[in-house]
Design a protein around this ligand. Sequence first.
Ligand code: AVI
Length: 324
Amino acid sequence: MYEEHQGTALLDLKPQAAVFLDDVVEGLSQSPKCLPCKYFYDERGSQLFDRICELDEYYLTRTELAIMRQFASEMAEQIGPGVMLVEYGSGSSIKTRLLLDHLPDPVAYVPVDISQDHLEQTAAVLADDYPNIEVLPVCADFTKEFDLPLSVREPSHAAVYFPGSTIGNFTPDEALELLSHIAPLCGTGGGLLIGVDLQKDLETIEAAYDDAEGVTADFNLNLLRRINEELGGDFRLDQFRHRAVYNRRLGRVELGLVSQGRQHAEVAGESFLFEDGEEIRTEYSHKYTVDGFAELAAEAGLTLRRHWTDEDLRFAVLHFAVVD
Ligand code: AVI
């Protein structure tokens, strides 16, 4: 299960079966139709997401980064010395580096990601740049339970870093399930540092998910392109329109693709009917209040210790402790 990669041992726990087709057929057979947002991120989708992060309207990335720049040393102090830092996602970002730069005597850094290529590349670069920190990549689906790798030096505790408000792409039930793995993973004395997008005015939120340049629309439609290319689908991309609506009651952006007319599309020999105006739900992006998120995390055995926000209260980074 361990493979050697440019000086970093990779723990490979990724699911072996190709489930993309099953998930697509299952989602399109439901009413209302849906497709899992995790399939946005093929190579093209990841490039489009990088462009989204640079958009004027998409305030999340730059706001979180500004919070990290301002408060990384306080966050690192909260996390404490001798940590095994476990990042959900590949951690190539400046945010990860800010944290690693400020942590007192970290023992190991464990990026966890399902995308092996990306994980290997970023782990190798970080191992080069931080020779005193053992880099132990784990290729796994972090929404499922997995074991931490062994480090040469014994850590005093483990802490999960989960930036980017990716937690918002899970429903509250799914988020609770994911969070409930963290306390047993890290054990008493462990922690969680997590980036969460906050509830705010509708205009700001909807603009972030429906930008003037149409990059988010391309990102959303890329899912159909991927189905066409990888699963032999015949979706006509110009016959579906990107839609992003903020549902204030549920505190979430609802992203969908709306059929422009009554039409059929085939995937791997199965035919699906789309009525005029029918929507395929492709993503939720939940927005929280600090108290609301702390309540959810408390159900998973995590106690809010501190949090940091920007001046406009757009985004928050929260630190939780695992307590008995
Ligand atoms: C990855 N995730 C936090 C993004 C978000 O804001 O929910 C995904 C995204 N979807 C459309 N734009 C960005």
